[in-house]
Design a binder for this molecule. Structure first.
Ligand code: SAM
Length: 255
């Protein structure tokens, strides 16, 4: 999806932003595979508004190259970028980076948007140092049934089926590009601290599936979620499964 043709960039942080606790949780998940002190150069690929860019730079005490083809998403990232984050407009399929220049490639909720995932995976392999790693967060087809908004927006199911990749596709795409799978785990991730907070985040419609729904279906679903929120326990967190993959170049000495 071309994010520049949508209104999502300005709404993304309001609709998809993290609480500090959720961001810290994810940094902990990532560091279980890529420990602190082991990386100096990170590529945040498909960085969007930079939801992770500053946090990765701070946590790893590293330099982050934040790359995205969307000028509007990058404008948001640039506005917030700390001095150790360099934002650059480019596509995953053709990275403006030297061979073996990165210690970690981080990809969050972006791989399914790439036009040519095979070329993107090959570029990841090219720019990574031999002991580097790709850390990838993704929604996959296998998890669609567990998405919180599914039952409230019936048309979202076929759209998700078309948009998302399977776990096997992601694994085989990286295998063909010269990687081996080091870790795959389903991580339960909080999307909102309560159902009413969830509804108020959805209002921003900062989701590539929700923007494709008719306004009528979107409004009806939102009303239904608000009604549901009135009956749900007030502090019931809304959580969704996220597939987390770690790949290493096959030639790597990492075990
Ligand atoms: C859902 S956003 C995720 C942004 C960020 N990684 C995050 O987790 O908040 C998906 C991003 O992928 C970007 N994208 C789409 N096609 C791309 C490509 N070919 N190469 C790199 N990024 C791409 C979009 O512009 C968008 O910013």
């Amino acid at each position: 999806m071309n994010y520049d043709k949508t209104d999502m960039p300005a709404a993304y942080d309001a609709g998809r932003g993290y609480s500090p606790g959720v961001l810290a949780y994810w940094l902990d998940v990532i560091s279980q595979s890529v420990p602190k002190g082991s990386v100096a150069e990170i590529l945040d690929l498909g960085c969007g508004t930079g939801r992770y860019s500053n946090a990765l730079a701070d946590y790893y005490d590293a330099t982050v190259t934040a790359i995205d083809p969307s000028e509007k998403m990058l404008a948001e990232a640039r506005r917030k970028a700390s001095p150790r984050v360099r934002c650059e407009r480019a596509s995953a399929e053709s990275l403006p980076l030297h061979d073996a220049s990165m210690d970690m490639v981080f990809i969050s909720m972006a791989f399914h948007h790439f036009d040519h995932p095979d070329r993107a995976a090959a570029e990841c392999c090219r720019v990574l140092r031999p002991d580097g790693a790709v850390c990838l967060r993704a929604g996959t087809i296998e998890r669609i049934d567990r998405y919180a908004y599914l039952e409230f927006f019936p048309s979202s199911r076929p759209l998700l089926n078309r948009a998302l990749q399977s776990q096997a596709f992601i694994e085989s795409t990286f295998a063909s590009a010269g990687f081996r799978l080091i870790r795959h785990e389903l991580i339960s991730s909080e999307v909102a601290e309560s159902w009413s907070a969830y509804a108020e985040k959805l209002v921003y419609r900062a989701d590539s599936i929700l923007v494709q729904l008719s306004d009528q279906e979107f409004e009806a679903g939102l009303t239904a979620i608000r009604e549901y929120a009135k009956t749900a326990p007030p502090h019931e967190r809304v959580v969704e499964p996220v597939d987390f993959f770690v790949f290493q170049p096959r030639a790597s000495s990492f075990t």
